[in-house]
Design a protein around this ligand. Structure first.
Ligand code: DHB
Ligand code: MG
Length: 228
């Protein structure tokens, strides 16, 4: 495994393709200074989601797991002027930092950070007739991915794109010696995708500065329960 090469290639393409923007560096710095984990998505991955959003006219987005707001800022960049992004964060310190960061970034009006347990916040959205989202980015507690998925379908319209982060985690999903709640959550998540006729899914493996990982892309075909 040539992890050094993966990192160098990520750095090369970041420099080549991404416009320099110190606002992203400031978010990373704020997360480091607060002693929070460096587990945000890579910049190229953020740019990929921004491009996907812009090319498919995505304007209403839900993010599960904010941390310091790094991925949130990339998603916000993909929004049209009238678009909106709601990001859910269970940790108060992280939510406050993310709010500050998004404000400084210039997306304070389009981004709302909601603090609390994502499952509970999603149930509240369903109960209060939240308009369906065009895209949902799942990046919270890995053990809860199956439950995030169930509620995400209820917050979707036919055609909603669901992206899930960290679905490979250095191959841990395939290591039967490991038996962690996170690993189980990721496995159950994909079993659900496979068995639910309302969903179409795919997974891509990635290597880069975050090591070996991957993401799932799921299209919600229909939202109403089927007879199966
Ligand atoms: C890790 C990475 C992530 O992107 C995440 O959402 C959670 C944990 C990790 O590397 O541990
Ligand atoms: Mg993640």
């Amino acid at each position: 495994m040539n992890t050094k090469l993966w990192r160098e290639i990520d750095n090369y393409y970041e420099k080549l393709l991404l416009p320099p923007d110190e606002r992203f560096d400031l978010i990373q710095e704020s997360v480091n200074n607060a002693g929070m984990p460096e587990i945000a998505i890579s910049p190229l991955y953020g740019r990929l989601m921004e491009i996907l959003m812009k090319t498919s006219g995505i304007s209403q987005v839900l993010e599960i797991g904010t941390l310091g707001g790094f991925s949130t800022a990339w998603l916000a960049q993909g929004l049209p002027p009238e678009g909106k992004l709601i990001s859910l964060e269970i940790d108060q310190e992280r939510a406050e930092l993310a709010r500050k960061n998004l404000e400084a970034f210039g997306f304070g009006n389009q981004v709302e950070i909601r603090e609390g347990d994502a499952l509970q916040l999603m149930v509240e959205m369903i109960q209060t007739d939240q308009d369906p989202f065009d895209m949902i980015f799942i990046d919270g507690d890995k053990s809860q991915y199956p439950e995030y998925l169930d509620l995400s379908i209820q917050l979707s319209r036919p055609g909603t794109l669901i992206i899930a982060d960290n679905v490979i985690k250095h191959g841990r999903v395939f290591n039967r010696q490991i038996d962690s709640p996170g690993q189980k959550g990721i496995i159950r998540f994909h079993e659900k995708v496979a068995s639910d006729p309302r969903l179409e899914g795919s997974v891509i493996q990635t290597v880069g500065k975050k090591g070996h990982d991957g993401m799932s892309f799921i299209r919600v075909v229909q939202t109403t329960p089927t007879n199966r």
